[in-house]
Design a protein around this ligand. Structure first.
Ligand code: LLP
Length: 410
């Protein structure tokens, strides 16, 4: 959705420079049509009445983006009471909300049950006990899947591998059958499915398929015990193209490979997040100062690690480009923020044109785990967020004020 109008970089039909003038910087900018296009790829690949696409709202939980996706018929993958609250507020129907997480508190379980969400993805034996007990107290039944750790180790950053032996996630593979047998005895539990999630930013179909094959083995054994598994929840979606040369498999190929593993009567849940909003979002920032230190050139921007933590937390690469075409000579530069840490960078050793002070840059692929992971570190107010649709812009979160920084302090 990026394109040029004369020399100005645009998202859909709007120039970034006009967004900067109207809303100030730094600011998160999203392309509505790109989000729709990305979601539709998953929706189209899932036959009617064969399950649901539950947007992983941890990637971006802005009300307007959630509302956009709920209007398109998405369900929601949640990971806390707060996310359930946000999703209900954004009109997701409770019967399309699933809830994973290793540390669901008793209050969160009660809130989820009272909200009548569709399913818990249960991650430990003790959690099963807690859900059963709370459901009993509320005189309701809780529908569950077990999140099974399939012991698959995909090629991605170690912090975002979840399906490898030894991580905190899910029920260990060898304990899966006993978990189902225990759940079968619980009066307030309805067993409905099986869940697995191997990690995020995965660019191959093979590890997803391997996990599906391992899950299939559990399904067969569980069904032999007279327990019906209706839903296969395959966890998150594909990774995205952070670097120009990265190849991303087609969504329809991922899904059809997974369908091929299971019997025809199964229904499926997919929980994509990054691949829906990641490449649809940009962090627009201004170069406040330039300086040289030794051999290094620095572009100091008004966005910092508190606004986009991925580069420093995961060593993640985000492409950074000027919003104006220029013939200026390129020099190797570090793009850094104002935060008092040497780890505060958006990109290092980038070949960027020598820009005038006050010029703007766009950090690409910032729509997933960007604003959602931002903080007010160094007492920097949270940024504004703007949604673009064709030639229109909508403010979908106001920039926080200094007063917002202290409102809850007493
Ligand atoms: N379902 C579950 C149970 C998950 O844990 C996740 C992500 C997803 C779905 C969505 O996965 P996706 O489609 O986005 O790959 N903050 C890190 C990523 C953490 C991923 C956590 N789980 C980052 O910025 O790379």
């Amino acid at each position: 959705m990026l394109n040029f109008k004369d020399k100005d970089l645009c998202v859909e039909q709007v120039k970034f420079i006009d967004i900067a003038k109207k809303y100030g910087t730094s600011v998160y900018v999203y392309s509505q049509n790109k989000i729709i296009e990305n979601f539709e790829k998953y929706k189209r690949a899932l036959p009617v009445n064969k399950g649901m696409i539950c947007f992983a709202c941890k990637t971006n939980s802005n009300f307007s983006i959630l509302k956009l996706l709920s209007n398109l018929g998405a369900g929601a993958d949640t990971t806390s009471g707060g996310e359930i609250f946000r999703c209900l507020r954004a009109n997701f129907v409770p019967s399309k909300i699933v809830y994973a997480g290793v540390g669901k508190t008793f209050q969160e379980i009660e809130y989820a049950l009272k909200s009548k969400i569709f399913m818990f993805n249960v991650e430990s034996f003790e959690e099963l006990e807690a859900i059963n007990k709370i459901a009993q107290k509320l005189k309701v039944k809780a529908r569950i899947s077990f999140r099974i750790n399939p012991y698959v180790d995909p090629d991605t950053h170690s912090y975002i591998v979840t399906g490898k032996k030894g991580t905190k996630f899910g029920i260990p593979y060898e304990d899966a059958i006993s978990a189902y047998l225990l759940a079968k005895k619980k009066k307030n539990i309805i067993i409905s499915g099986i869940h697995s999630h191997i990690g995020s930013q995965i660019l191959e179909v093979a590890p997803f398929k391997l996990a599906a094959q391992k899950i299939k083995k559990i399904v067969e054994q569980v069904e032999k015990q007279g327990i019906n598994i209706e839903y296969i929840n395959c966890g998150g979606g594909l990774g995205i193209e952070y670097k120009n040369n990265q190849k991303v498999p087609l969504v329809k190929n991922l899904m059809s490979e997974i369908f091929s593993v299971f019997d025809k009567d199964k229904k499926f849940i997919f929980e994509p997040g990054r691949s829906i909003v990641g490449a649809a979002g940009y962090l627009l920032t201004k170069v406040i100062y330039r300086k040289k230190s030794g051999e290094k050139s620095f572009l100091i921007t008004d966005a910092g690690m508190n606004d986009l933590i991925r580069p420093t937390l995961y060593g993640a690469y985000h492409d950074i480009i000027p919003i104006k075409k220029t013939l200026a000579k390129k020099v190797k530069s570090d793009v850094v923020g104002p935060v008092c840490e040497s780890g505060d960078f958006l990109g290092r050793d980038r070949m960027l044109p020598i820009l005038p002070q006050g010029e703007h840059l766009v950090v690409k692929c910032a729509g997933a785990y960007g604003a959602a992971m931002s903080s007010s570190y160094n007492s920097r107010p949270l940024l504004a967020e703007v949604l673009v649709s064709k030639n229109k812009t909508f403010l979908i979160r106001k920039r926080a004020s200094y007063n917002d920084l202290v409102t809850n302090e007493c």
